[in-house]
Design a protein around this ligand. Structure first.
Ligand SMILES: O=C(O)CCC(=O)C(=O)O
Ligand SMILES: [Fe+2]
Length: 331
């Protein structure tokens, strides 16, 4: 039976605040120490939350995400204005939803920063911020008025992280922004055998210099990805509607069918203040619908981190939460 992928945390508010209160106040000053402290608190999570995370961590679920609601976000007037530049200053005090991102992530695995292959400084941070900007690159999470198309994060990296965690300090004003999660477990039965075969066998070029949140578009360096890989009956997925290159007509059609099928099965998650979303980045592609930014200091504000687990060769021993992984192109 399909379990409801939503965990209501409202009743655990005080306990969660106590866990957050035990973390260092300045997370960015010593990220290793911060995430080590988060690990200690992760072991003390309220039972029903810890159990839901542990179960999800064993083999995921059908829809490819788990959402936590009712986490102890600050009252809106106690939050700083939504940022307009990143990364935040190293002396910015810990926010409750950053604490939740850290503690939940440490229950699941190791927070990790990724060099994306072209010197993007922001990518080397472990704790990311997502907020709309007026002149956002069309493929970046800083967009607002346009749809952010289906993609997996860092699928061109050989050590692609299993989880993307998004936690929300502020939702968008109108509650319109939806994160769409299209699970390969739901899409696979709807794809033709011929398309599945092609998506397993063909390698598609992915220019390394194009990334969400970066403006450098050097296409001289390429990674190669198979959109489906692993277990034929329960495959992993690595996909980007906007960026993967196909020359042959049949390849283009296979990618288009994958895209529309993921969209047809996608679930919409609207992140509001106090919500946290764990995306199984190896089994889904995600997108975000357009919304209206007002640039009034109260725009949508998410915190994000990537988490590695022992799945699919991501860890070989000796890794720590807080590491920065150098770029290794998928081939
Ligand atoms: O804003 C969202 O809900 C998702 C953003 C995203 O997918 C990204 O930044 O890569
Ligand atoms: Fe993304």
């Amino acid at each position: 039976m399909l379990k409801d992928p939503v965990v209501d945390c409202t009743s655990s508010r005080q306990q969660l605040l106590a866990l957050a209160g035990a973390l260092p106040r300045l997370p960015r000053v010593d990220i290793y120490a911060f995430l080590e402290a988060a690990k200690e608190q992760a072991d003390k999570l309220p039972e029903h939350i810890g159990r839901a995370l542990d179960e999800f961590n064993v083999g995921g679920n059908q829809n490819g995400y788990l959402s936590l609601k009712g986490l102890p976000v600050e009252p809106d007037d106690e939050l700083p204005p939504t940022p307009t530049t990143t990364p935040p200053p190293a002396d910015r005090e810990l926010l409750n939803m950053e604490a939740m991102l850290a503690i939940v992530g440490r229950r699941l695995g190791l927070h990790t920063a990724y060099d994306q292959g072209y010197g993007n400084r922001r990518a080397r941070e472990v704790l990311h911020e997502l907020y709309p900007t007026p002149d956002a690159h069309p493929l970046s999470g800083e967009t607002s008025s346009t749809q952010l198309e289906y993609h997996s994060d860092l699928y061109h990296h050989a050590l692609q992280p299993q989880y993307i965690i998004l936690s929300c300090s502020r939702g968008d004003h109108e509650g319109k922004a939806a994160t769409l999660v299209g699970s390969i477990r739901n899409a696979l039965p709807l794809l033709s055998d011929e398309v599945i075969e092609r998506l397993f066998e063909r390698k598609f070029a992915r220019p390394v210099g194009i990334s969400h949140g970066d403006r450098i578009e050097d296409s001289s360096s390429l990674a190669y990805v198979k959109p489906l890989y692993g277990d034929r009956d329960d495959p992993f997925l690595g996909f980007d509607r906007s960026v993967l290159r196909a020359d042959e007509q049949a390849d283009k059609e296979a990618l288009a069918e994958l895209d529309s099928t993921l969209d047809s099965v996608a679930k919409a998650v609207r992140l509001g203040a106090g919500d946290l979303l764990i995306i199984d980045n190896l089994r889904v592609a995600h997108a975000r619908t357009p919304f209206e930014a007002r640039w009034d200091g109260k725009d949508r504000w998410l915190h994000r981190a990537y988490v590695r687990t022992a799945i699919n060769g991501q860890l070989t021993g000796g890794e720590r939460a807080g590491d920065v992984v150098e770029f290794i192109a998928r081939r």
